[in-house]
Structures are given as structure tokens and as C-alpha cells.
Design a protein around this ligand. Structure first.
Ligand SMILES: *[C@@H]1O[C@H](CO)[C@@H](O)[C@H](O)[C@H]1NC(C)=O
Ligand SMILES: *[C@@H]1O[C@H](CO)[C@@H](O)[C@H](O)[C@H]1NC(C)=O
Ligand SMILES: *[C@@H]1O[C@H](CO)[C@@H](O)[C@H](O)[C@H]1NC(C)=O
Ligand SMILES: *[C@@H]1O[C@H](CO)[C@@H](O)[C@H](O)[C@H]1NC(C)=O
Ligand SMILES: *[C@@H]1O[C@H](CO)[C@@H](O)[C@H](O)[C@H]1NC(C)=O
Ligand SMILES: *[C@@H]1O[C@H](CO)[C@@H](O)[C@H](O)[C@H]1NC(C)=O
Ligand SMILES: *[C@@H]1O[C@H](CO)[C@@H](O)[C@H](O)[C@H]1NC(C)=O
Ligand SMILES: *[C@@H]1O[C@H](CO)[C@@H](O)[C@H](O)[C@H]1NC(C)=O
Ligand SMILES: *[C@@H]1O[C@H](CO)[C@@H](O)[C@H](O)[C@H]1NC(C)=O
Ligand SMILES: *[C@@H]1O[C@H](CO)[C@@H](O)[C@H](O)[C@H]1NC(C)=O
Ligand SMILES: *[C@@H]1O[C@H](CO)[C@@H](O)[C@H](O)[C@H]1NC(C)=O
Length: 838
């Protein structure tokens, strides 16, 4: 930045000591002080340090700011990035003109870098703030900010740092990548705002645009659907006459996070979780091809399925199908010219990243209806969208000319109203009509079926009788509730999910039957209590024991979760899943009736000082395998892809023979066949078992279940709870401890001492390694349940696990209490089948 030509600055005074690596505890630098290489200045809260450093494989020295309390040094700002020092003769000091300069101690008159503000004030003060901001103040009484490092970012965006433009002094805060890992010099990638149209932040490779965030839609950037406000992370965007900026803040003392533009042009969100003592990197921009600017050309749209899929937007077609395969640029053309007001209309495209807004117009005052009219009235308007999606949506973005860089997301995304010609519009309407027709047909079929049942009660009776169970026989009345029937239409194919070829029918049980069985919900029969309500033991008149989950009226589990659980579990039949026997529904009362598990839940064994003695290694191994099979069935074999989302010891019940049964599907989600990941704003689950990507970003997939399974496996082996382990060192949880021991080849020390030496060392080692593979930080690295079962059961070579990433209670507490809004213990109580209240 600063030319190495000799501009002469007079230094104020010589330095206190020329040698030694004394660490200064002061966070300010006054005109009489300097920092020489080897000394550092530390911010008041001890978070940041300012001093000289060398990148890993470099001998050059730079003045920089790094995070101080974190053992792995992460440099967040560099002063003389383009003019390094050859040796350790560097010094940072305040020059006579008041600027901060970096120079060699031997040649202080010829600085390598300077803050270069035109002031003439020999009383300036430099202060390193606890936010990481290095501020140069004018001295004396004014205390005016003359310069600050937050206005001159390098490659990192810190919390509280405004990213973007300050129009008053004409300042543009742009991130610029390092040249390489070893060279902090300005690299080819930059990340900054494009203020044209609806402003968006752009990553440039030299002068070529390679990625854009998309416009701010009032809640997030259109191209970053995983960006969600939470009580820990909050984001703000502003566009005023004075400023255009994005800023984020973190409201937690246990998590620290920043955004970095790495030397390959990728933006990472890098997070430090105290308990884990290392950085975890999450790609903000996925490396998917669809993220590459304009990958599918103008009027094209990109979709990630098994591979990258380019399509032309509705109303467009490839100019030449052959070119389309190779060179996609500008390959989509209109099928027919627009009618220009005559018959044109708009199609609503859903779940996408809004096209490049640099050539768009924004009017915040228009309603969506007015927006449509405005677009329709101008022949060159190709699309429109609301400018702010908050609430019902407001404001108006209109596009003129080419629509560039549209991609679809598998979750989230915005709506775009695309202008199409009359023919296309009619074709689409026909399609929609056809769709409604079909829906009608379904409805008519359903109605006639129900009517049929009503008209021919005898046949209905026989139909039901065929599927009788011993309990159902004694029911006083049977009904197929329309509700029950309707839910089944969610599964387009019948007779799926069935191990034994029968179509499971879930009986409705009258409330008074349930009340009688549980002795009118007597407290004596209460097995436990969870956030959604209490669980009672019951005995039907035939002697069969049942467990009744009575959902409290004001429980978090509303109709939605109730239906969810019924739909899911009624369809699932597996030896390692708990069986739902029926349900009861009467006004406010919602109840689920399960088979009774005399041995209660797994956590009542493994974490109990006496009962754990009953579990020898063979039993534990069988339990591990049983759970694994149950999860595999959910993930793969049931043909519906089901993510449980709340696997934990208290959700695994044990029958008489200690066969594990996974329970509690209130949280589970069904995935479409090709869907691999989903996103939720409502992170629920149990700390200690939540994968980092789920806890931090709300992303869940089968791999988040694999993570929970890994935790569970290690808990079963060790008899220790992940979340409560090592109280004397809260930064270490069970996973961290296992990992440390495993690295040193001492993993077997973790084995529950009650098993003494009565286990097969190689089998236990194998399980521990599988556990560690399951809790790896990157979801991609974690094995699938198929591999897990294979690895558990076969003496084959296994991959070496990477260091896990852990989130323990301290990291999540802040988030817990506010996502569920009921205090710090709420997350634990999201589950119902807590048969072991302790
Ligand atoms: C320093 O500032 C002056 C004016 O304030 C400007 O002309 C000069 O280019 C700047 N030098 C550098 C290296 O930024
Ligand atoms: C810290 O600042 C005080 C006064 O501001 C000064 O007396 C002291 O020498 C400084 N300490 C170091 C280590 O620079
Ligand atoms: C440093 O360079 C050496 C040799 O060139 C290389 O083996 C090593 O991996 C490098 N270290 C880092 C951290 O880049
Ligand atoms: C770095 O070293 C080279 C030769 O070793 C010398 O010519 C150059 O002036 C030095 N640069 C700085 C900034 O010290
Ligand atoms: C600052 O400069 C003024 C004159 O320009 C001088 O009188 C004063 O002593 C200087 N202050 C310091 C701390 O050197
Ligand atoms: C930049 O990010 C990519 C993708 O995550 C990664 O492969 C690469 O190693 C990163 N570069 C550095 C220097 O970390
Ligand atoms: C950036 O541009 C360079 C040179 O044109 C190219 O080699 C490199 O692959 C580009 N990087 C990305 C991420 O597009
Ligand atoms: C930050 O957290 C504190 C308590 O942890 C809470 O009172 C406050 O409202 C939070 N602030 C935001 C902006 O979420
Ligand atoms: C952003 O602010 C500038 C300056 O006030 C204004 O001209 C522009 O229209 C604004 N853009 C949007 C999308 O609000
Ligand atoms: C938008 O509406 C507000 C009040 O409704 C008005 O003050 C403002 O001038 C309008 N802006 C434009 C650009 O029409
Ligand atoms: C249509 O909009 C464009 C872009 O704003 C404008 O240049 C043109 O004059 C408008 N045409 C009509 C007929 O309003």
C-alpha cells in the first residue's frame, strides 16, 4: 500500500528497550512508545494481540493483529501486507505527523507502511480495542478517530465490523485474499459490494465476477439461504444515503466466529468453539458448480441434483442443443417473442437465488401488485420480485434485460416472477389445471371410499377384523378416522415400509379406555415426564401393558408433531424401533400408546452406578448393533428417508431381552428420495448429541443422526455422558477426551470400569474408532449407517478419524434458551419418552 520510497518521517523518540520479547500488557500506544518485533500489545479483554508475525512457511515479518487467547494463531489483519520486512528488525511506532508507521529499526525514516492520514498532530494515540479494531485517535481532548483498521480490512470480517461503503468519506471496505497461505500480500480475489440496482456483495477473481451473495431480501442474502438469524448470530444490512453495509454480531461468550475470504476465492465462516479448542470451517459458499457466477448462462437456471443440471427458464430454450452441452454462455433464447403487453404474464418460480440485480431497479414503496403492473407495462422488463420478503413481502425489484446467475436451492430460496409469452402462460395454466383435476380425483376417490365404508359397515368390519391384534379385539369401538385416512395419502405408494407384507393400520383408542388402563392417569402410574407431557404405564383389560404418552395441552408438541409422529411410526416396523399401538385424540387431549418397555430407557442403565453392572460387553455390543440397525432402517431401508434428529440414550428403550428400540419420532423428518440435506430455523435436539452443522446452522441430514449415533456409541462404551463429562475441565467433553486418548493409543482407558477386563479389546477398539468416525466435524467425512454396520461387524481396515468438533453445553446454552424460549433446560425436555426422570 505504501510505496517503499523514502518519505521521511521523524520518529518521536527512541524505544524503551531494543531487545527482549517483553509482552506489553498495555492496549495503547502513545507517542513515546513503539512496538518492536518480539513485543506485542494485547487488547484489554485479552482477545487480540498486535505485533509482528511470520506466516507458516515464510521468513518475512508483518505487523498484524491476531486472536490472542486461541492457541492456533489466526491472523485477522495485516498492516504491511505488500511490504514485508526481511528480518526481525521491524518496529511500529507513531511518527511525528501522528500516523502509525511500520519500518525497520535501522531505517525508521523510510517506513514500509503508514496509516497515511493527513493530520499533523504529535499527540495521537493508538488503541487496540477488544473488538479487534485498531484505532488511531487524535490526542488531546478531541479523541477523534483518525483511522481504524476496521475501515481497512484485509481478508477477514470480524463481528461488529461494517463491511461495505461509507459514502461520506468515500470509503469502500473490501476484503482481499492473501496471495497464498504463506503470503499475506494482496491476492487476486476480492469481496465487496456492488451498489448498483439492489446491492449485492461480489467475489471477484481479478476483474471477473465469480460469486455473488445476491441482494439482501430483508432477512438474508438471497444466495445464502443457510444464513439464519439466531440468538447467537445476528446479521444486519443497511442502505442509507450515507452508508451501505453488512454487519454481523455474536451474542455468546462461548462461540466466536468470523468470515474469511480464503486464497482460493472461497468465503468461509470460521468458528471457534471454546469447548473444542480449535477452529471449525464452514463453507459459506458451497463449492457447488451452481454457485459459480452465471454457470448456466443468461436465462439459464442451475440445479444440483446428482450432478449439476442446467436448464433454460420457462419460455426459453437452448439456442443449439449441442452447444448447450459444451458452452452454456448465452445459449438460452426465447421460444417466442414477447407480446409486449398483449397476453404476456408472469410465472412464479420458487426456491431460487434471485438473478443478478446489478441491472435491476428497486422501488421500496410499491406493493407486489403494483410491481407486476410496472413490469408488465415496460416491454423490456423480464422479471420482478419483492424487495423485502419479510411478512407478506413488500417493495419491488424489476429486471431489465438478461437474467443472469439463477440457481435453485434444495431448501430456502426466494420467489421470482418471470415474464413469459401468452403461449407459455397458457401451457403452464393447462398444467396447473391438470394438477387440480388430479387432486379432485383423489378427493373424490377418498370420499367414495369413506362413503363405501359407511354404507357397508359389514365389509368395513371385516376389513378391520383381518388386521386384528389381541388388544384391538377388546376395543369397544373401532373407527377409521378420516384424519388417519388422510394422513396416509402422504405416502403415494401403498404397502411400503412393511416387513411382513401387511398394511399397518393404526387403531384409534377411546379416551376412556386409556383412562381406565392408566387408572385415570394416576400419579402412581407415571413413568416420567418430558417437555411435551407425561408418560404413564397402563394395563389394558386383557392384561397387556402399555405406555401412554399424554401430550400436555400447552406442550411444544402441537398437532403438527403429533401427526408427524403418528404418520411416521405407524408406518415403521422394525425390531429396533418402538411400536406404536394406537393413538387417542379428543379435543385437547392427544395421546400416543406404545408397547411398554419394562426395562425403560438405555440411559437408566448406562449412567446408573448399579444397573450398569448388568450390562456386560456382549450386551452393550448387541445394543450398539441394534441401535445401528434401527437407524439404518430409518435412513435407508424403510424406503422413506427418515432423519430422527433426536437420537440419544433416553430415546432408546430396552425390552425384556434388552433389545434396544428407538423411540420418540416427534422430531423426525421425512426426506424426499433425492434430498440429502435440509435446513431448519428451529433447531431442536439435545446438546451433547447435536452435530455442529445442525447446532450452528440448522442443517440436518442423515449425517447428523450419524453424529448422534457416534456420541451414543461412545457413551455406551464409557458409561459417561458426553455433556456432563469432566466437570473439572468443562472445555473437554467425552468426545474430546476419547479423541485425546485415542491419539495416544490409550483409547481403552475410556471403557466403563465396571466391565473390568471382560471384553474383547480389539472389538472395543473397533467400536471406539467407529464412534470417532461418526463424530467427525465434516458431515461428508462421517460414514453412512451402512458403513457403520459393516465396520462394526467386520475385521476390515477402517479409515482414520479426523479430529472431532464438539459443542457442549456452554457453547449452546444461549441458543437453547431462546430457540425454545423456556429456559435453559428446555432442550433436554423436548423429548417425551423420558421414562427415567432424574
Ligand atoms: C497517502 O495519502 C495521500 C493523500 O492523503 C495520497 O495522495 C497518497 O496516494 C496516499 N499514499 C498511499 C500509499 O496511499
Ligand atoms: C503501560 O502503560 C503505563 C502508562 O500508560 C506505563 O507506565 C507502562 O510502562 C506501560 N507498560 C508497558 C509494559 O509498556
Ligand atoms: C512448508 O514447506 C515445506 C517444504 O517446502 C513443506 O513440506 C511444508 O508442508 C510447508 N508447511 C506448510 C505449513 O505449508
Ligand atoms: C530485503 O533483503 C534484500 C537483500 O537481502 C535487500 O536488498 C532489501 O532491501 C531488504 N528489504 C527490506 C525491506 O529490508
Ligand atoms: C508537539 O509539537 C509541538 C510543536 O509542533 C511541540 O511544542 C510539542 O512539544 C510536541 N509534543 C511532543 C509530545 O513532542
Ligand atoms: C480454501 O478453501 C478451499 C475449500 O474449502 C480449501 O480446499 C483450501 O485449502 C483453502 N485454502 C486455504 C489456504 O485454506
Ligand atoms: C481465477 O482466475 C485464474 C486465472 O484466470 C484461474 O486460474 C483460477 O482458476 C480462477 N479461480 C476461480 C476460483 O475461478
Ligand atoms: C444476547 O444474550 C443476552 C443473554 O444471553 C440476551 O439478554 C440478549 O437479548 C441477547 N441479545 C440479542 C441481540 O439477541
Ligand atoms: C441504496 O441507497 C442509495 C443511496 O441512498 C440509493 O440511491 C439506492 O436506491 C438504495 N438502493 C436500494 C436498493 O434501496
Ligand atoms: C415512499 O413512501 C414514503 C411514505 O409512505 C414517502 O415518504 C417516500 O417519499 C416514498 N418514497 C418514494 C421513493 O416514493
Ligand atoms: C422501460 O424501462 C427501462 C429501464 O428502466 C427504461 O429505460 C425505459 O425507458 C422504459 N420504457 C418504457 C416504455 O417505460
Amino acid at each position: 500500500m505504501f510505496p517503499p520510497t523514502c518519505l521521511c518521517f521523524l520518529l518521536f523518540q527512541f524505544f524503551a528497550s531494543a531487545t527482549g520479547a517483553a509482552v506489553s500488557s498495555n492496549d495503547t500506544l502513545t507517542p513515546t512508545e513503539s512496538i518492536i518485533d518480539g513485543q506485542i500489545v494485547v487488547s484489554v479483554g485479552n482477545n487480540y494481540a498486535l505485533g509482528f508475525f511470520s506466516p507458516d512457511n515464510s521468513s518475512y515479518r508483518y505487523l498484524g493483529i491476531w486472536l490472542h487467547r486461541i492457541p492456533e494463531i489466526l491472523v485477522v489483519w495485516v498492516a504491511n501486507r505488500d511490504n514485508p520486512l526481511n528480518d526481525s528488525s521491524g518496529v511500529a511506532s507513531l511518527a511525528l505527523d501522528g500516523n502509525l508507521i511500520v519500518s525497520s529499526i535501522n531505517d525508521r525514516r523510510c517506513p514500509l507502511w503508514s496509516t497515511n492520514v493527513s493530520i499533523s498532530d504529535n499527540t495521537t494515540i493508538l488503541k487496540l480495542h477488544d473488538s479487534g479494531n485498531l484505532v488511531l485517535y487524535s490526542g488531546g481532548r478531541t479523541n477523534r478517530i483518525l483511522w481504524q483498521s476496521f475501515d481497512h480490512p484485509t481478508h477477514i470480517l470480524l463481528p461488529g465490523m461494517k463491511f461495505g461503503l461509507d459514502r461520506r468519506p468515500g470509503l469502500n471496505r473490501v476484503l482481499t485474499s492473501w496471495r497464498s497461505k504463506d503470503d499475506p500480500g494482496r491476492g487476486i480475489y476480492s469481496f465487496g459490494f456492488d451498489q448498483r440496482g439492489s446491492p449485492q456483495a461480489i467475489v471477484n477473481n481479478g476483474s471477473a465476477q465469480i460469486w455473488r451473495t445476491g441482494p439482501w431480501n430483508g432477512q438474508r442474502f438471497s444466495g445464502v439461504p443457510q444464513m439464519t438469524q439466531s440468538s447467537i448470530f445476528n446479521y444486519a444490512f443497511a442502505n442509507t444515503t450515507d452508508e451501505l453495509y453488512f454487519v454481523f454480531n455474536i451474542n455468546s461468550s462461548s462461540i466466536f466466529s468470523l468470515f474469511a475470504l480464503n486464497d482460493s476465492g472461497l468465503i468461509h465462516q470460521i468458528t471457534w468453539i471454546k469447548s473444542n479448542r480449535r477452529w471449525s470451517k464452514i463453507n459459506l459458499v458451497s463449492i457447488e458448480k451452481c454457485d459459480i457466477y452465471g454457470y448456466c448462462g443468461a436465462y439459464g437456471s442451475c440445479r444440483m441434483q446428482m450432478t449439476v443440471n442446467c436448464d433454460c427458464l420457462p419460455g426459453f430454450q437452448p439456442k443449439s442443443p449441442i452447444d448447450w452441452l459444451t458452452e452454456r454462455k448465452d445459449a438460452c433464447v426465447r421460444k417466442r417473442p414477447l407480446g409486449c403487453g398483449k397476453g404476456d404474464g408472469f410465472l412464479k418460480l420458487v426456491g431460487l437465488k434471485l438473478p443478478d440485480t446489478s441491472m435491476s431497479l428497486v422501488d421500496k414503496n410499491l406493493s407486489l401488485k403494483e410491481c407486476e403492473r410496472r413490469c408488465l407495462n415496460n416491454c423490456s422488463c423480464t422479471a420482478y420480485a419483492p424487495a423485502d420478503i419479510t411478512g407478506k413481502g413488500s417493495g419491488c425489484i424489476t429486471w431489465f434485460g438478461k437474467l443472469m446467475d439463477i440457481r435453485y436451492f434444495s431448501y430456502g430460496g426466494d420467489h421470482l416472477y418471470l415474464r413469459v409469452d401468452a403461449v407459455e402462460l397458457a401451457a403452464q395454466e393447462r398444467k396447473d389445471k391438470g394438477f387440480f383435476h388430479n387432486k379432485h380425483k383423489v378427493a373424490i376417490l377418498m370420499v367414495s371410499f369413506v362413503v363405501g365404508l359407511l354404507l357397508f359397515p359389514a365389509s368395513a368390519y371385516h376389513l378391520l377384523k383381518k388386521r386384528k391384534g389381541s388388544m384391538e379385539k377388546r376395543q369397544r369401538r373401532r373407527r377409521i378416522l378420516l384424519f388417519d385416512f388422510l394422513t396416509k395419502k402422504n405416502f403415494s405408494t401403498t404397502n411400503e415400509l412393511d416387513d411382513n407384507g401387511t398394511n399397518p393400520e393404526l387403531p384409534f383408542i377411546e379416551l376412556d379406555v386409556v383412562a381406565a388402563a392408566t387408572d385415570n392417569f394416576s400419579p402412581n402410574n407415571k413413568l416420567g415426564r418430558g417437555g411435551f407431557g407425561a408418560v404413564y404405564k397402563g394395563r389394558m383389560s386383557n392384561g397387556k401393558e402399555i405406555a401412554v404418552k399424554r401430550l400436555s395441552k400447552n406442550s411444544g408438541q402441537g398437532m403438527e408433531e403429533f401427526k408427524n409422529e403418528i404418520i411416521l411410526i405407524a408406518k415403521l416396523q422394525h425390531r429396533n424401533l418402538v411400536r406404536l399401538l394406537g393413538y387417542s385424540l379428543q379435543e385437547e387431549e392427544k395421546m400416543l400408546i406404545y408397547e411398554y418397555m419394562p426395562n425403560k430407557s438405555l440411559d437408566s442403565f448406562i449412567f446408573d452406578k448399579n444397573k450398569r453392572l448388568l450390562l456386560d460387553w456382549r450386551k452393550r455390543f448387541q445394543i450398539i448393533m441394534g441401535i445401528a440397525r434401527g437407524v439404518l432402517y430409518l435412513h435407508e431401508d424403510s424406503r422413506l428417508r427418515i432423519i430422527h434428529r433426536d437420537l440419544k440414550a433416553s430415546n432408546v428403550l430396552l425390552d425384556e431381552e434388552m433389545i434396544p428400540k428407538i423411540s420418540d419420532f416427534g422430531m423426525a423428518r421425512i426426506f424426499g428420495g433425492d434430498q440429502i440435506q435440509a435446513h431448519t430455523n428451529n433447531v431442536v435436539g439435545t446438546y451433547g448429541y447435536m452435530s455442529p452443522e445442525y447446532a450452528m446452522q440448522g442443517l440436518f441430514s442423515i449425517k447428523s443422526d450419524v453424529f448422534s449415533f457416534g456420541v451414543l456409541l461412545l457413551e455406551i462404551i464409557s458409561g459417561k455422558k458426553n455433556k456432563e463429562y469432566f466437570d473439572e475441565d468443562p472445555s473437554m467433553n467425552l468426545i474430546g477426551h476419547v479423541w485425546e486418548l485415542w491419539k495416544e493409543g490409550r483409547a481403552l482407558e475410556i471403557v466403563d470400569s465396571t466391565m473390568a477386563d471382560n471384553y474383547l479389546a480389539h472389538e472395543v477398539s473397533r467400536c471406539i474408532q467407529v464412534g470417532l468416525l461418526c463424530v467427525q466435524e465434516s458431515a461428508l467425512d462421517r460414514p453412512t449407517m451402512t458403513s457403520v454396520i459393516f465396520m462394526l461387524g467386520n475385521e476390515k481396515k477402517m479409515p482414520t478419524p479426523n479430529q472431532p468438533n464438539l459443542i457442549i453445553k456452554r457453547a449452546l446454552r444461549g441458543q437453547d434458551s431462546s430457540t425454545t424460549g423456556t429456559g435453559s433446560c428446555s432442550i433436554n425436555e423436548v423429548t417425551i419418552t423420558v421414562l427415567d426422570p432424574r
